[in-house]
Write a protein that binds this ligand. Structure first.
Ligand SMILES: N[C@@H](CCC(=O)N[C@@H](CS)C(=O)NCC(=O)O)C(=O)O
Length: 294
């Protein structure tokens, strides 16, 4: 179709004067998405014995937090001991009264810190990463210039991932039909984002220079998984193999023991050896891998 023909083609969808909610739109998450906020049912959250209570799921946003917690524990910070509880978003657990009281936005991950004089709630994965990095003084540089670089990449991730997940992933993998316009628009944007990362990693070992920080922890579960073809089955479509510096960085981070542990926490699908739906003690990883547990 030429540009002129495209301009003259009748619109398939004419928005009504007032938008109405349609639960039957056929998209993968149409049953749980709705245009209102707040709790749908009364249910308290479970509380374990550790200072930190994490309510989450092993999606990329959840993995950011479990990787940082495992990294902090690996450095000997016992105050980072945590109970990780599973929030099954497919079943609507994020709309329980208990969950909404710690995250009014009803999205995982959410954290409750019981070690403060009164309990501290934190929601939004970027806020949780900053809260923990500042609390323990780790994975965030002291030098103001380096720290600013770290903030920049962290907020880059928080601002960019919705185009990857909510835009590209939604229209490429979850929408009820393959619509050319949004797939083109979001594929272009995601490839531009990957090029930003690839060019930066050509000159830097990690996002904030030569040290591994919370910026790497935030970016890895999304863009690392994307270049390894693990998100939306889109590796070939976006020519993931061409982002060689991102692949180098992804593989390097995947070798870290804390990362291997963190990516399993709150994961309740896929290869059984990759799962640990709840984590209440460091030994849970070994128990889950033993013959007894299989
Ligand atoms: N900006 C939020 C996004 C969190 C988010 O989108 N979480 C998704 C899972 S990855 C969720 O809980 N979805 C449930 C829903 O939309 O009802 C963050 O980074 O914490």
């Amino acid at each position: 179709m030429t540009v002129e023909e495209h301009k003259n083609a009748p619109l398939k969808y004419e928005p009504p004067k007032v938008w109405k909610f349609d639960t039957e739109n056929g998209g993968k998450f149409s049953k749980i998405n709705k245009p209102t906020a707040g709790a749908t049912h009364e249910k308290e959250l479970p509380i374990g014995k550790h200072p930190l209570q994490l309510y989450s799921l092993g999606t990329p946003n959840g993995v950011k937090v479990t990787v940082l917690l495992e990294e902090l524990l690996a450095k000997g910070h016992t105050g980072a001991e945590y109970n990780a509880w599973l929030v099954n978003i497919g079943d609507g657990d994020q709309f329980s009264s208990g969950f909404v009281s710690i995250n009014p936005n009803s999205k995982i991950p959410a954290l409750l810190d019981l070690s403060t004089p009164t309990p501290t709630r934190v929601f939004e994965s970027g806020a949780i990463l900053l809260y923990l990095a500042e609390k323990f003084g780790e994975f965030i540089p002291e030098d103001p210039t380096q720290r600013a670089e770290c903030y920049s990449w962290l907020f880059w991730q928080m601002g960019s991932a919705p185009f990857l997940g909510g835009g590209f992933g939604h229209f490429y993998a979850y929408a009820p039909e393959k619509f050319e316009y949004p797939i083109n628009r979001y594929t272009m944007e995601v490839k531009r984002q990957l090029d930003v990362l690839n060019q930066h990693l050509a000159k830097n070992e990690y996002f904030c220079g030569d040290t591994y920080t919370l910026a790497d922890i935030a970016i890895w579960p999304w863009y690392g998984a994307l270049v390894k073809g693990l998100l939306y089955n889109a590796g070939e479509f976006i020519e993931a193999h061409s982002y060689t510096n991102v692949i180098r960085w992804t593989d390097q981070i995947a070798e870290r023991e804390a990362v291997k542990r963190g990516r399993r926490v709150n994961r309740a699908w896929g290869d059984p050896a990759s799962q640990l739906p709840e984590r209440h003690h460091a030994s849970d990883f070994e128990i889950a891998m033993s013959d007894e547990a299989v």
